[in-house]
Design a protein around this ligand. Structure first.
Ligand SMILES: *Cc1c(COP(=O)(O)O)cnc(C)c1O
Length: 252
């Protein structure tokens, strides 16, 4: 059957992808993706976490970078988001709600501290700054409302190294999660998930991007339910990443 000329404008002939495999990450761009049939389209939400349903929720390029970050951080799953700040806000929003308390070290990346005091407060989330040298004594600040404890080791600007396993034990004892901003050490020098931390976040804009020409952030976890919570929150916030930036990040 021959196609009408008009139809041919929007349907390029399909070509098999085999057997081309580039060593470098290939860039696949998409907002809309194509489904094999109506049923696959109607069931597209099943593909939110692993498959592909819409460019905003993941492309082969972003998923490949996520798998790589997960492996480097020693996690089972990772998520890439538009910036390091986006990752910090995402982790906090996915784990805390009005009435909860979040603890942040005084050495937390300054714009994130600003976010904690000026953005979380009006949402009813009580952000409490703590001395990064408290270590075991941090237990005294963790109350029943505390949902999340941030650590950053070494911490921004003054590089205090925290006793992360001791902080994790105190937080878990009280039922709180622990998130690490692992940008300074990066996965090369410290893997927070190996030390009981629940969420390891990095500003990929720094070491991983490597060339000062892209903005991206990552979160890595070992718990699938937590991954889904983070993924859902990223979806509700409308976080998407550019596949070109993912390939640049992989190159970095
Ligand atoms: C740069 C940085 C961030 C934020 O990353 P952006 O991608 O610039 O938003 C977060 N934490 C630390 C420790 C950083 O150095």
């Amino acid at each position: 059957m021959t196609r009408q000329d008009d139809t041919a404008h929007v349907h390029p002939p399909l070509r098999s992808r085999e057997p081309f495999r580039a060593l470098a990450m290939s860039v696949e761009r998409a907002s809309t993706v194509v489904f094999d049939n109506l049923e696959a389209f109607q069931n597209r939400t099943e593909r939110l976490y692993d498959g592909f349903s819409y460019g905003l929720y993941g492309t082969p390029t972003s998923r490949q970078l996520e798998d790589h970050i997960a492996a480097l951080e020693g996690g089972s799953r990772a998520l890439v988001v538009p910036s390091g700040m986006a990752a910090i806000t995402l982790v906090t929003m996915a784990t805390c709600k009005g009435g909860d308390r979040v603890l942040v070290p005084e050495t937390l990346y300054a714009p994130a501290r600003d976010m904690a005091s000026r953005f979380l407060g009006p949402l009813g989330i009580d952000a409490v700054a703590y001395d990064p040298r408290l270590d075991a004594d941090l237990a005294g600040l963790i109350d029943k409302r505390t949902r999340l404890v941030w650590v950053e080791s070494p911490g921004s600007a003054t590089f205090e190294v925290q006793d992360v396993p001791v902080i994790v034990a105190a937080a878990h004892e009280a039922g709180a999660l622990v998130a690490a901003d692992n940008t300074w050490a990066s996965h090369l020098l410290f893997r927070p998930l190996d030390h009981g931390v629940d969420i390891s976040m990095q500003a990929l804009s720094k070491h991983v991007g490597g060339h000062g020409d892209l903005l991206m952030g990552s979160v890595a976890v070992r718990d699938d339910a937590l991954f889904r919570r983070l993924k859902d929150t990223a979806r509700f916030l409308g976080y998407g990443v550019s596949p070109e930036d993912c390939a640049l990040c992989e190159r970095g």
